[in-house]
Design a protein. Structure first.
Length: 163
């Protein structure tokens, strides 16, 4: 015969079960975290840092000339017009123009920089697909390197360039 004063109390079992689930979850998380290989430093970290710092230096040197640098697409003539600072053109700027298309990596290509005395260069844009292009200009003058990144939108219809 059961006594009515002694009823089943679920609280102690619930507390023990909650602790067991919590401890199991922590143990599973520790096992999963220790199984993941996380390398925060690359093997060629020093070389990467030098390249990164060189790019930062190039961007800082280019900053005073930012308003003199331009890239535009002329839909009428299907040409890409590049503009570099005049003083760099007259000092014999040399370098590369890289066309990077985020939507289609196989369309990426580059050209040499050959500007006139005014710092202008026109390239055929007939092969450029309509859409967004990133144009990276890297040039050197007198042993100093410069870099500018510009966006170019190539339109399918005829529109004059706005440089």
């Amino acid at each position: 015969m059961k006594s009515e004063n002694h009823r089943f109390n679920p609280w102690p079992y619930g507390i023990i079960a909650a602790f067991a689930v919590f401890i199991s979850g922590i143990a599973a998380m520790i096992v999963a975290a220790s199984a993941d290989r996380v390398d925060l430093v690359a093997k060629d970290y020093y070389e990467q840092e030098i390249r990164y710092q060189a790019r930062v230096d190039q961007l800082q040197r280019t900053e005073p000339f930012a308003d003199q640098i331009g890239v535009a697409f002329d839909g009428v003539t299907r040409q890409v017009r590049i503009q570099l600072p005049r003083e760099h053109a007259s000092a014999g700027a040399t370098g590369r123009i890289e066309f990077y298309r985020p939507a289609q990596a196989t369309d990426d290509h580059s050209h040499g920089i050959v500007v006139d005395g005014e710092g202008r260069q026109a390239l055929s844009g007939a092969e450029l697909a309509a859409g967004l292009w990133k144009v990276r200009l890297g040039w050197s003058v007198g042993g100093l390197e410069y870099f500018a990144d510009r966006e170019l939108v190539v339109s399918a219809r005829e529109e004059p360039a706005k440089l």
